[in-house]
Design a protein around this ligand. Sequence first.
Ligand SMILES: [Zn+2]
Length: 389
Amino acid sequence: MIDGTGAPARPHQDLLIRGGKIAALGPTGALGQAPDSVIDAAGLFAIPGLIDAHTHLGNAPWEQRAATLKGAIMGGVTSVLTLADDARSNGDLQRAVVAGQIQGPRVYYVALFGGPAFFSDPRVLDASRGYAPGTAPWMQSVGEGTNFAEAVTLARGTGAMGVKLYAALDSVTVARATAEAHRQGIKVIAHSAVFPGKPGDLVAAGVDMLAHTPYLVWQGSSRSDNFLVRANGDFLGVPANSPAIENLLAMMKQRGTALNPTFWVFERGAPDSLLNVRTPWMYAVTRRANELGIRIVAGTDGLYNPRTDSLPTLHHELEVMVEHGGLTPLQAITSATLNGAWACGADATSGSLVVGKDADLLLLTADPSADIRNTRAIRHVVQGGRVIR
Ligand SMILES: [Zn+2]
């Protein structure tokens, strides 16, 4: 049993599930209770259910999204954090999963804040149909004149577990939004570069997590006026080991800011000339972040695409974490379980195999602490104590 906390694997364990929660744990035979039904997991390896803490469920027709969620959970992803979509759609999927109408990961989602300049983006318009751009409670245009007590209250009313700071935001707005969100007890997740705010402005404001390692490059670059160029930073001029990046990472460690690298999405979708510098840069910066003890949270920005991989993208992300990101297999598992639950604001009730938490777990036929690729070797997926068929 690998519990997701980073503790070493424990051999020969029994796990008792009752009411969807982990009721007891202990060495084989020690629990002394006769459960109603038993899964014989002899020879198998238990890990917590995987959490993809950076997805977008979008607005495709219902059947299509339900099919994606079903594929995701069959492939071991028992929770997802969707970082800005239409909250009406996200809430509907969240409810359908909880109600048992569809099979899929538990759905957590954010409300998005951006500056006025962002609200011509077609993705925003698609995610807030029926509202004038920037006025939907889950997709708000914010700035100098914003009453954040009201803005955050509206965001919470959508069922969001946090806010996402996305683009066209300055350091003052970032600080005000973050302080108010924390005052109201919800998380703040930010794109690493929100332009004109720099990554360091976000860290100084106290955001909980920065998404996308490559955008950290903007800490050392003066060109920070246009959010559309964010993926194409000066990776040669601001090397991974430059003082700007080293200082930023030190500040993240000090402030407890987590990093959500999203390797998969940055390994593609750009010309080779960019990939050849950006890919090694993001690997090196993530390695350094992990060395410093910064909390790494696994997310893909691409949940599941059966045309390219029969299993959810997160398995690939974990392989890259270990192969290039400097994480041990146990650290990678934590990044996609307990740390994912933390990013969802759900670590008190989910994300590790601990008494009292949700009984979300995978039974694998091979040891993922020996080889991270073994997260693919799924025999059973259990969510809320139920075996997913
Ligand atoms: Zn994203």
